[in-house]
Design a protein around this ligand. Structure first.
Ligand code: 5GP
Length: 213
């Protein structure tokens, strides 16, 4: 797989966010998308069926197994993984286009996918969302699902696999107090996009007497 040229100074930042199901990751992501200009959400490909309210091309690119496997063969994915018996993947070309345009992109992917991004896009910034405790995560999974014990146990096992991967990340947010979590999450995204080594174009424009907006 070719490397993304994302680390060049005039490119946006590739953000990865991971965390177990039920940790509140999508709430943090949604608020950040609304608040941070120039940040795009990466729409993954998946073989899972749409849930109520999910739109093709907005939440996911929904597709059958045959199409997904063809994209794997074409090497179209920056990363892909099988989670909860379904395949999910981030398409490389749309990701590259966003970064090349100078905007940043946020990938909501699992720990296995994040490992592949770490390998192929070494300058990416990785954030992990932790629950305040494992007991609280389990209670959240129980509250929101009408699933049987076996399903809950399987989800907890998968959650533990994700949680153990948190040590590989640059930032960890404990999703205890929601306001504080939003502030931390958005603060990290803003701080990373403001790093001097990513602002050369703006610096040149200001020092050259031009306008930045
Ligand atoms: P859900 O089916 O609930 O939308 O997502 C289940 C899990 O799949 C989440 O933990 C999410 O982060 C992960 N996921 C979604 N898209 C991708 C992707 O493109 N690649 C990988 N590796 N994981 C993904």
């Amino acid at each position: 797989m070719s490397k993304l040229r994302w680390a060049l100074p005039d490119q946006g930042v590739l953000f990865v966010v991971s965390g177990p199901s039920g940790v509140g990751k999508s709430t943090l992501v949604k608020a950040a998308m609304e608040r941070i200009p120039g940040l795009e959400f990466s729409v993954s490909a998946t073989t899972r069926a749409p849930r109520t309210g999910e739109e093709h091309g907005v939440h996911y690119h929904f597709m059958d197994r045959e199409r997904f496997d063809a994209l794997v063969t074409e090497d179209a994915f920056l990363e892909y993984a099988t989670v909860y018996d379904r395949s999910y993947g981030t398409l490389r070309d749309p990701t590259r286009r966003v970064l090349d345009s100078g905007r940043s992109i946020l990938l909501d992917i699992d720990v296995r996918g994040a490992r592949q991004v770490r390998e192929h896009a070494p300058g990416a910034v990785h954030l992990f969302v932790l629950p305040p405790s494992i007991d609280i995560l389990e209670a959240r999974l129980r509250n929101r699902a009408t699933d049987d014990e076996a399903t809950i146990a399987r989800r907890m096992e998968q959650a533990m696999e994700q949680l153990e991967g948190c040590v590989e990340y640059d930032y960890v947010i404990v999703n205890d107090d929601l306001d504080a979590s939003h502030a931390a999450f958005q603060g990290i995204l803003l701080a990373e996009t403001s790093r001097r080594d990513r602002r050369q174009r703006v610096i040149d424009a200001v020092l050259g007497g031009g306008r930045t907006t």
